[in-house]
Ligand binder design. Structure first.
Ligand SMILES: [Ca+2]
Ligand SMILES: [Ca+2]
Length: 262
């Protein structure tokens, strides 16, 4: 809004004088004593207020790739990903694929869990498996441990489940040699481990399970083949024929190893 003074002369001739007076008045007003100092102070204050921003503007481009800057006397500020790990080239995934060839390899084993509805711990457990070269021909063969039906719940119209041994034919297929090697054995088996316990260079194996453990010795069979003979009693490693009776806190209180050979 424009303000006019009623005392000011009007007309074109009066305008220059009026403007000159106003300019002089304004100049005097701006040039009052101490104004220079105040302006300098204001300018300094303005510069001071903007100093951090100028500092940041100067520092930020420099530290864009990660660095440290000292600010003040002792403060060290990390700006950017100073400790970020160096970029490494991506490792390509291994070019390994697994294909299910169970059927084409001739392996038809089916595990029997022995579950009969009481949900006892043995019903919930699977059985072990081992790759080992039982005939020392350089190819790994496959031993599969099986459980069996719980006593009183056998299937009368079906053969009892047994262990299974498959011989590797070196052409991605296997032969079922369970019966030929004497391993058509029915047992509630669980774990298995392989080792040459008598150092005759032929691998033997040991099976743990419900109802006792079994040790099978690798021996010469017919026509140059191999067969397994149960040497459990001879070696004295049958175990108690059941699982340890200690349960709960009593099991944790045992301070000596459980001996399965007694
Ligand atoms: Ca073999
Ligand atoms: Ca042996």
């Amino acid at each position: 809004m424009r303000m006019h003074s009623s005392a000011a002369p009007r007309g074109p001739s009066a305008k220059p004088a009026t403007r000159a007076a106003a300019t002089e008045k304004s100049t005097r007003k701006r040039n009052r004593p101490g104004d220079n100092e105040r302006r300098v102070g204001t300018a300094r204050k303005t510069s001071f207020n903007h100093a951090p921003w100028f500092a940041i503007m100067l520092i930020a481009p420099t530290c864009g790739t990660g660095c440290q800057r000292s600010v003040g006397d002792a403060t060290t500020v990390a700006v950017g990903p100073a400790f970020a790990p160096a970029a490494t080239p991506e490792t390509p995934p291994p070019e390994v694929r697994f294909t299910d060839i169970t059927e084409s390899a001739g392996i038809h084993f089916q595990h029997t869990s022995g579950a009969f509805g009481k949900r006892l711990l043995p019903e919930t457990l699977g059985s072990g498996v081992a790759f080992f070269d039982y005939d020392n021909d350089g190819d790994q063969d496959l031993l599969l441990v099986n459980a069996c039906h719980w006593p009183g719940f056998e299937l009368k119209d079906q053969p009892a489940p047994t262990l299974a041994l498959y011989r590797n034919r070196s052409d991605a297929s296997f032969d079922d040699v369970t019966a030929a090697t004497g391993l058509a054995v029915t047992k509630y088996g669980m774990g298995v481990t392989v080792g040459d316990y008598d150092n005759d260079s032929w691998p033997d194996f040991f099976i743990t399970g419900l109802g006792g453990n079994r040790l099978f010795h690798n021996e010469s069979g017919e026509q140059g083949g191999r067969r397994f003979v149960d040497r459990t009693e001879q070696a004295g490693v049958a175990g108690p024929g059941r699982w340890p009776t200690a349960i709960g806190d009593a099991f944790l209180a045992i301070d000596t190893p459980i001996n399965f050979s007694k």
